[in-house]
Write a protein that binds this ligand. Structure first.
Ligand SMILES: Nc1nc2c(ncn2[C@@H]2O[C@H](COP(=O)(O)OP(=O)(O)OP(=O)(O)O)[C@@H](O)[C@H]2O)c(=O)[nH]1
Length: 451
């Protein structure tokens, strides 16, 4: 079953056709068999029952004629016999009855011997036996009649005996006829029922074939649709990712085997998405590196002056009563002395530690910029002057108390101010520079805020 699910489209359609055709062949075979069997049953009726009925009816008619002749003969006996030759006439009818009975016997026994009677052959055998018995009794009756007809006068008793025997024979032939009729009726009814059940089975098989084919076709369509939907979703995802410029998830195509045309298409698509994903990732990494280079300071990993220019302009443009910000301008005290005393490399390390301290002690939304040399600027988003001053004081303390082996302690002076709505970048920068200058003037390692 699983093999079939993964098989190619051609194989799937081929197997559905094979199943439908096999089913059709079974239905045709079954129909042929049933039609032949119904045909044989109908032939039974036409080949045996109808001729037999006609022969026996003829015998019955002759019996009746025989009976009437007897009555006639009896009435006219001794009063001038009008019948030319009663013995010849009786004998002729007798011969005809014998011939007809032989014919009936021949008809039934031939069909029994040829095994051509489909419906209850044992019943026909019984009828054959009865015809045979009737024939023997009739034979002896005819012989008796023939011998008596030569006699001039017959007693009433003899006539009564003869009539009783004749009546008995009549009864027998009527019974045979009834049995044949009964058998014919049963055979016809059986054939009718057979026809009906055949039609019922045919209809059932037809419905089953239809349902089976429909279900199979619906199943294949459903499987195809869901797989096409999956491919469609992947294309949609790819499209969205490309439109948004976001990363493209690398599809997992390890378990996918190209077993049919659709899985081939899916595999190709996944390979293409994987390639695109790799290329996008490389591109994004490259872009990240470019952004890093363009916006970050290599030594301290803080934002550079270029980013500052961009960011301050953005904040000023979008500033409102609710969206204010503050600045902290920071300068390492006597940095030249550190460089001169411990060397340039230690100076660099001091700058790195200072940047780390700032970034670790600020919120993610706050931004640290290296403006050049040992000068830094901190952008405090959504902080007013009081809050910014408190933060600056906290930072100053952290810097002043920082200790590390093989690194001199260092301090920083800071100027703090808040952006006033409507003012230019220049006026803001002048104020924060002024605040820093005052801190330096006040003996360093301190903060000054200006409104
Ligand atoms: N190690 C190192 N030193 C730098 C770097 N950039 C600038 N400097 C040095 O930083 C020093 C700045 O010195 P000054 O402008 O005199 O300031 P200061 O010595 O800190 O004095 P005050 O600011 O008045 O306390 C100079 O000696 C520069 O050479 C750098 O990237 N690395």
């Amino acid at each position: 079953m699983f093999d079939w699910i993964n098989a190619s489209l051609n194989r799937k359609i081929g197997s559905i056709l094979a199943v439908s055709l096999s089913f059709l062949l079974v239905v045709i075979g079954y129909s042929i068999y049933q039609v032949r069997s119904i045909n044989a049953e109908l032939k039974d009726v036409s080949r045996v029952d109808l001729p037999l009925t006609s022969v026996i009816t003829e015998v019955e008619m002759l019996q009746l004629q025989q009976h009437l002749s007897m009555e006639h003969f009896r009435l006219l006996m001794g009063k001038g016999n009008e019948e030319q030759d009663p013995i010849a006439s009786f004998s002729h009818r007798h011969q005809t009855i014998v011939r007809l009975l032989d014919q009936a016997t021949q008809l039934v026994s031939t069909n029994i011997n040829n095994d051509t009677i489909q419906f209850k052959p044992e019943e026909y055998q019984r009828i054959l036996d009865e015809i045979h018995t009737f024939s023997i009794v009739n034979q002896s009756f005819e012989q008796q009649l023939e011998s008596l007809l030569g006699t001039a006068s017959l007693s009433e008793e003899v006539w009564a005996d003869l009539e009783a025997t004749a009546a008995n024979l009549d009864k027998n032939i009527v019974s045979i006829l009834e049995q044949i009729n009964q058998l014919t009726l049963e055979a016809t009814r059986y054939t009718e029922e057979h026809q009906q059940s055949f039609l019922l089975v045919e209809t059932g098989l037809g419905i089953c074939a239809f349902i089976l084919s429909t279900l199979l076709a619906a199943y294949v369509i459903q499987v195809m649709r869901s797989r096409i939907d999956k491919i469609h979703q992947q294309v949609e995802q790819l499209h969205t990712s490309l439109e948004q410029g976001g990363p493209i998830a690398r599809p997992d195509n390890h378990n996918l085997k190209a077993s049919d045309e659709l899985s081939e298409l899916e595999l190709d698509l996944k390979k293409m998405i994987a390639r695109l994903s790799d290329e996008m990732n490389t591109r994004q990494e490259f872009e990240q590196q470019l952004i890093q280079l363009a916006t970050k300071d290599k030594l301290t990993n803080t934002y550079n002056r270029h980013k500052w220019t961009e960011q301050i302009q953005l904040l000023i443009n979008f500033a409102s009563q609710d969206k204010t910000f503050s600045l902290v301008s920071l300068d390492v005290d006597h940095f030249k002395k550190i460089n001169d005393t411990y060397g340039h490399q230690v100076g660099d390390k001091v700058l790195q530690r200072l940047a780390d301290l700032l970034q670790k002690n600020l919120k993610k939304t706050d931004m640290v910029f290296r403006m050049g040399g040992e000068e830094f600027m901190v952008l405090l988003i959504q902080q007013d002057l009081a809050e910014a001053s408190a933060i600056a004081e906290r930072l100053r303390n952290k810097i002043a108390s920082y200790q590390e082996e093989n690194l001199p302690t260092f301090t920083a002076s800071m100027g703090v101010t808040e952006y006033n709505l409507g003012e230019t970048e220049d006026s803001l920068m002048t104020r924060v520079d002024e605040a820093l200058y005052q801190s330096k003037k006040s003996g360093r390692n301190c903060i000054t805020w200006l409104e």
